[in-house]
Design a protein around this ligand. Structure first.
Ligand SMILES: Cc1cc2nc3c(=O)[nH]c(=O)nc-3n(C[C@H](O)[C@H](O)[C@H](O)COP(=O)(O)OP(=O)(O)OC[C@H]3O[C@@H](n4cnc5c(N)ncnc54)[C@H](O)[C@@H]3O)c2cc1C
Length: 382
């Protein structure tokens, strides 16, 4: 067993760590407080190749492996999770479906500008009435006269409405399976298509500098070729997309948890009470030690899931475990980081206050903690 990272993985991690330290952290409080989407940062990340890390160079990507991509997500999220989720949703949810299931023309046309970071792309699975029950999609696409006619709505869609967004891939019912169930397909809808309405950005508790919107489709028409794979492939496709996405979300959670530990440790070493640094009190040391231990465990869990994925081995169980444990670890870390800061932790000028608000969504997005436990139990044979 070899736990060491190779040179390329270490170089990508270092590049992202430096970028987060120098470019992201200095503006993180401002973009959160004002809910500003950080276009300059995202464009810089595109130029550095960070928006196409796991895709081959022939499609404009950086040709890095999946673990390198996750390491990058961890470091960017350590700088700021709004930026981390923008990168993750673009790569794992927006671009990956084109890479995995797109035709050669679709890869050339859609994946290339995404991998180069010239455009962002969104993936619309969740609907007002279909969240955890993602197979309960109600949006419909009917093929008529060479076009898909789409009607329905999506909710909470990341990256859907930025100036850089090229479009969204949505799940829609396109017919019936042989067993009489709804057949779901993934349909590509470019921004600006008539009938495709992008709603206003939500006001959120955290991830405030990321773009999240409701979408609606009213007789929205796209050409028949705007489908990924074959009609009815959509359900299988998004299960695969979500497996890999969960490993990246685990990395995002580890980055946020690490940021909590960084701030808590630094504060504990500076803050004096009873004539000494509070880091000298065993009660504070034990909190820091537990944070460090849990973060290390969560990190090893996402490394293992990423490694299994790269070996082409099954990793659904490990992806769910990594996502579940890392998001709950991050929540505990954020809570303890605020506790270690005392009253100052409740003040907005301390980053831990922002971390505490943003951490909750990690237990909800890309499958709630309950859904992860259901998936793990299913693997046990329940
Ligand atoms: C900021 C943000 C960004 C997002 N980005 C995207 C995106 O880019 N694309 C996208 O498609 N979606 C996105 N989502 C949606 C997200 O994936 C869903 O919110 C999530 O899957 C949960 O769905 P829901 O909100 O409808 O909750 P529900 O499914 O209604 O769940 C409500 C509660 O019931 C529980 N529950 C549901 N079913 C069961 C069950 N069988 N057993 C036990 N408990 C159950 C849930 O765990 C949860 O606690 C985003 C959400 C947010 C908030």
């Amino acid at each position: 067993m070899d736990f060491s990272l190779n040179e390329e993985q270490m170089a990508i991690r270092q590049t992202c760590r430096d970028f987060a330290e120098q470019e992201i952290k200095p503006i993180a409080e401002h973009i959160d407080a004002t809910g500003t989407f950080p276009y300059d940062l995202v464009r810089q990340m595109g130029e550095l190749g960070l928006l196409g890390l796991p895709f081959p160079e022939e499609y404009g990507g950086a040709g890095a492996d999946f673990l390198s991509y996750c390491l990058a997500i961890e470091e960017i999220s350590r700088g700021d999770v709004s930026v981390g989720i923008t990168m993750e949703a673009h790569t794992s949810l927006g671009a990956t479906p084109f890479f995995l299931f797109g035709s050669q023309e679709q890869k050339e046309h859609y994946l290339r500008p995404l991998a180069r970071g010239e455009q962002l792309w969104a993936f619309g699975l969740t609907e007002p009435e279909a969240g955890s029950d993602s197979g309960g999609t109600q949006t419909r696409a009917v093929l008529k006269d060479g076009s898909w006619h789409i009607n329905g709505a999506k909710t909470f869609i990341t990256n859907a409405g930025t100036d850089m967004t090229g479009g969204v891939t949505i799940t829609a019912i396109t017919g019936k399976t042989a067993a009489g169930r709804n057949a779901i397909s993934n349909i590509i809808v470019p921004k600006g298509t008539p009938g495709y309405v992008i709603g206003n950005s939500y006001k959120k508790m955290g991830w405030k500098a990321s773009d999240t919107r409701p979408l609606s489709f009213e007789d929205c028409q796209v050409p028949a070729e705007n489908i990924l794979g074959q009609p009815g492939d959509g359900f299988k496709q998004f299960l695969r997309i979500l497996d890999a996405g969960r490993v990246a979300i685990a990395a995002l959670s580890v980055g946020l948890a690490q940021a909590c530990l960084d701030e808590a440790l630094s504060y504990a070493q500076q803050r004096k009470q009873f004539g000494q640094s509070i880091s000298k009190f065993q009660a504070i040391q034990f909190k820091l030690a537990d944070m460090d231990m849990e973060i290390e465990l969560a990190r090893l869990m996402y490394y293992k899931a990423a490694w299994l994925h790269m070996q082409g081995k099954p990793y659904t169980r490990e992806a769910s475990m990594a996502k579940l444990f890392a998001s709950e670890t991050a929540k505990r870390a954020a809570d303890q980081a605020v506790q270690i800061h005392g009253g100052y932790g409740f003040m907005d000028e301390y980053p831990v206050s922002r971390y505490w608000r943003s951490v909750k969504i990690n237990e909800i997005g890309e499958g709630t903690s309950e859904v992860q436990r259901m998936l793990i139990a299913k693997q046990l044979g329940c």
